[in-house]
Design a protein around this ligand. Structure first.
Ligand code: ATP
Length: 197
C-alpha cells in the first residue's frame, strides 16, 4: 500500500513550512493537529460524550468545544485526562487512517508534533525530522506567536529532545537557513521519495 512519511519536529521547527512545500508538489498532507480538532467538531459523537461527562459549560456559546477550559480540567484531573484520551485516541486513529487511505498522491505525509512522544511511528514507513537549534526554535516561535520566551522554553522542555527525534529519524531536514534554502531541501527530499515508491 501507499508509502506514508511521518513528519515531525519541535515547536517552531518548520513542520508547516515543510509540509506546505510538499503540498505544493501535490503530496497529500494529513495533519494530526487538524484531526484532533475535527473529531470534536459539533455534530460528532465525541462532542456529545464530552458534554455529558463535563457538563454543558464545557461548550462555548456557539456550540464549539471550549478547548482552553478542557485543557484546564484535564490538567487538574488525571482521571478526566485518562477518560478523554480513551475516548479520543481510537477516534483520532480512525480518522487518521481514513484520511491517509484517501490520499491520491504517490506517497502521503503524516505531520504530527508528537510523533516521537506518542509512539505513532507504527503506520509510517519512514520518519522525516525537521531539525533546528533551540535558539532558532525560540526566535521563530516568539516572532510568530508573540509568546513570551519562558512559555516557549517550557513547551520545548516538555517535548522530545532533538537527540531523541534524530535517533529515530530516517531523513533529516536542517532548517537553519532561509525559506528558499528550505524549499530546495524539501524539493530534493521529494525527488528521493518519488524514487522509493
Ligand atoms: P508548531 O509546532 O508550533 O506548529 P512548526 O514546526 O509547524 O511549528 P512553522 O510554523 O512551519 O513551524 O515555522 C515556525 C515559524 O518560523 C513560522 O512563522 C515560519 O514561517 C517561520 N520559518 C520556518 N522556517 C523558516 C526559515 N527557514 N526561515 C525563516 N523563517 C522560517
Amino acid at each position: 500500500s501507499k508509502m506514508i512519511i511521518g513528519l515531525t519536529g519541535g515547536i517552531g521547527s518548520g513542520k508547516t513550512a515543510v509540509s506546505d512545500r510538499f503540498a505544493a508538489h501535490g503530496i497529500s498532507i494529513v495533519d494530526a493537529d487538524v484531526i484532533s480538532r475535527v473529531v470534536v467538531e459539533p455534530g460528532r459523537p465525541a462532542l456529545e460524550k464530552i458534554r455529558d461527562h463535563f457538563g454543558t459549560d464545557i461548550l462555548l456559546e456557539d456550540g464549539n468545544l471550549d478547548r482552553a477550559q478542557l485543557r484546564q480540567k484535564i490538567f487538574s484531573s488525571p482521571t478526566d485526562k485518562q477518560w478523554l484520551e480513551s475516548l479520543l485516541h481510537p477516534l483520532i486513529a480512525e480518522e487518521t487512517l481514513r484520511q491517509l487511505s484517501e490520499a491520491q498522491s504517490p506517497y502521503a505525509i503524516y505531520v504530527s508534533p508528537l510523533l516521537v512522544e506518542s509512539n505513532q511511528k507504527g503506520f509510517c514507513q519512514r520518519l522525516l525530522v525537521v531539525d533546528v537549534s533551540e535558539e532558532t526554535q525560540l526566535q521563530r516561535t516568539i516572532a510568530r506567536d508573540s509568546n513570551d520566551a519562558e512559555q516557549v522554553k517550557r513547551i520545548i522542555a516538555s517535548q522530545a529532545s532533538r537527540e531523541q527525534r534524530l535517533a529515530l529519524a530516517d531523513d533529516i531536514i536542517v532548517n537553519d537557513s532561509d525559506l528558499k534554502s528550505l524549499h530546495e531541501k524539501v524539493d530534493a527530499m521529494h525527488q528521493s521519495y518519488l524514487a522509493l515508491v
